[in-house]
Design a protein around this ligand. Structure first.
Ligand code: FAS
Ligand code: PHB
Length: 393
């Protein structure tokens, strides 16, 4: 087989990229290790930056999001059971963010791929990238027991943290940065009425978050120790603990119900530089991981593929390599900005077992400052709602 771009991974990064390339008339083939059902079964992100909403609209995959998604003017922070404050991104910046689940986005992207006849080869194993430093890279893999090969001009590594793409860059070239947090997030989905705002809570018992997917489907998270498993958290233990971490009047507004999904995700900050090696370009979780506190993971996947698709369009339209040569530095500026925001919010809102009294006091003074300063809230609002994309070179 031959195509212009081989995309490894059919998560949000891979399918958004294939859709964006299609709008520029650039052909691609998507290779996915899992089955489509497995990919669609994953429950993850929920908050979309205004720039991600723009990208989905630009690529023509926003009709259901605009119908079923929920625009928000800002998010709320509750602290130690005391009163809460609202970080108003719309009043500050004139920009909203959208609450619309990654699972729905994945369904919409697969449907768009089917409509345009996009080749998405699922259950492909033993994927190996070859000739990345040549002008004729190719990818080999096995599907239904048959060894296959795709010759191409570029490879996009959209295969997540555990994928093969980042590992295809020589260790002598790659610089990795990592910070592992001493806790995880226990997330549940329940068919109950959500709180009106996406609400983050810092409480002596630990962090909690109230979010949602629709007016009758809620998503909640609590910070748990790393050695806990979902078995440690039956619903009858989860609900009182979640409520204990919110102010009383909010806790009373939380409706309990049977969980329909429950999972624990560890938290880490991770960045791999550069995001390019020869003809290989990394996008999304293949290059970076952020703690979900800032709701940035999915949004960074969108900004990476926006920059890469724009750069590839410049190459195929004008043989202009400037965008490709600047892709890594441009994408990494936004990545590091979101990595810092996610680290800041994680440090601000969680209880750290190793914190000294000084550390804890500093956290509470920062929360007081954020609560009282419109300037501090504007700075956070700008980061949370999403910075504008950089202009083309
Ligand atoms: P993905 O990991 O989504 O997709 C990579 C794809 O590549 C997968 O389909 C995988 O099967 C495939 N793949 C892997 N190895 C391969 C190989 N060798 N060959 C071919 N295909 C391969 N972000 C938020 O903003 N908020 C959240 O609440 C949130 N919760 C999360 C919970 C969990 C458990 C995880 C893991 C992540 C969470 N994230 C969250 C981050 C998440 O949304 C990611 O940022 C987002 O999925 C990134 O999309 P991709 O880069 O496409 O990576
Ligand atoms: C979600 O709705 O899943 C969500 C919202 C905000 C976050 C993380 C996850 O920071």
């Amino acid at each position: 087989m031959r195509t212009q771009v081989v995309i490894i991974g059919s998560g949000p990064a891979g399918l958004m990229l294939s859709q964006l390339l299609h709008t520029h008339g650039i052909e691609s083939i998507v290779l996915e290790r899992q089955s489509r059902d497995h990919v669609l079964s994953r429950i993850r992100a929920g908050v979309l930056e205004s720039t991600t909403v723009d990208v989905l609209r630009q690529m023509g995959v926003s009709e259901r999001m605009d119908r079923e998604g929920h625009p928000h003017d800002g998010m709320r922070i509750a602290w130690a059971g005391r009163d809460t404050f609202f970080v108003d991104t719309y009043k500050t910046l004139g920009r909203r963010f959208m609450v619309y689940g990654q699972t729905s986005i994945q369904e919409d992207l697969f449907a768009a791929a089917d409509r345009r006849g996009q080749p998405v080869l699922c259950e492909a194993s033993d994927i190996v990238l070859h000739g990345l430093e040549s002008d004729t890279p190719h990818v080999t893999f096995v599907q239904q027991g048959e060894a296959r090969r795709i010759d191409c001009e570029f490879v996009a590594g959209c295969d997540g943290f555990h994928g093969v793409s980042r590992k295809s860059i020589p260790a002598s070239v790659l610089k990795e940065y990592e910070k592992v947090y001493p806790f995880g997030w226990l997330g549940i989905m329940a068919r109950v009425k959500p709180l009106p705002d996406v609400t983050y809570a810092n409480h002596p018992r630990g962090f909690a978050l109230a979010s949602y997917r629709t007016t009758s489907l809620s998503r909640f998270y609590i910070q748990v120790p790393l050695d806990h498993s979902v078995e440690d958290w039956p619903d009858e233990r989860f609900w009182p603990e979640l409520k204990a971490r919110f102010p009383a009047e909010m806790a009373e507004a939380i409706t309990e119900g049977p969980s329909i999904e429950k999972s624990i995700a560890p938290l880490r900050s991770f960045v791999a530089e550069p995001m390019r090696f020869g003809k290989l370009y990394l996008c999304g979780d293949a290059a970076h991981i952020v703690p979900p506190t800032g709701a940035k993971g999915l949004n960074l996947a969108a900004s990476d593929v926006f920059y890469l698709s724009r750069a590839l369009a410049g190459w195929y339209a004008r043989r202009d390599a400037a965008g490709l040569d600047r892709y890594s530095e441009m994408a990494l500026r936004r990545v590091w900005s979101s990595v810092r925001t996610s680290w800041y919010l994680t440090t601000l809102l969680h209880r750290f077992p190793h914190f000294s009294d000084f550390d804890q006091k500093a956290q509470e003074v920062e929360l007081d400052y954020l609560k009282s300063s419109t300037y501090a809230q504007a700075a956070l609002a700008e980061q949370y709602a999403g910075l504008p994309f950089e202009p083309e070179a």
